[in-house]
Write a new protein. Structure first.
Length: 180
């Protein structure tokens, strides 16, 4: 039987209950890649008949992690941003996402300005998942019809996060969870 959403969620709970740190999260990342091999899952949750936008597939009542499907029609490039005190795993379902990981070169003492340098750039193709640990800064750039499944350590709407204008270094607080 193909690896499905229910099995993935059960495995996430086991992994993160056993180890909520990087080792447990890495198991989640590997299992997300496994789930994304399942074409029935892709059709059912990321297919063209799905409503557009962000869909919550699961939220764990005990551990707090979320599984979200991002059903996009339009290309988008995000500014560099973090996920606050949470981690996030991005798994590509259709098309691709170009990822840039950024490093902060200042000491973080100025809440309104940051100096960033890009340190890693790569493409996530269908079936591939990348992990962004607490406080890591990344930006995403995807074409029309790129869809992805994201697992976050907690509901990002409930925590403080920042986005940074790479040209000016201006830091802004983020509130909505939309597609970041
Ligand atoms: Fe993000």
């Amino acid at each position: 039987m193909a690896y499905d959403l229910a099995q993935f969620i059960a495995d996430c709970r086991l992994s993160l209950a056993r180890d909520p740190g990087p080792a447990g999260r890495e198991e989640v990342r590997v299992n997300l890649e496994r789930l994304l091999q399942n074409q029935d899952f892709i059709r059912q949750y990321c297919g063209d008949d799905q409503p557009r936008g962000l869909k919550l597939l699961y939220e764990d009542p005990a551990l707090g992690f979320q599984v979200l499907a991002h059903i996009n029609d339009k290309a988008r490039a995000s500014p560099p941003h973090d996920h606050g005190a949470s981690w996030a795993i991005y798994g590509q379902a259709t098309k691709y996402t170009d990822m840039t990981e950024w490093q902060r070169e200042d000491d973080g003492s100025d809440a309104r300005h940051a100096r960033l340098k890009p340190v890693k750039k790569y493409r996530l193709n269908p079936g591939q998942a990348g992990i962004y640990q607490d406080g890591a800064i990344h930006s995403i750039d995807y074409p029309d019809y790129a869809r992805f499944v994201r697992v976050t350590g907690t509901n990002l709407d409930k925590i403080d996060r920042i986005k940074i204008d790479p040209a000016t270094g201006a830091v802004e607080q983020m509130s909505a969870q939309q597609a970041t």
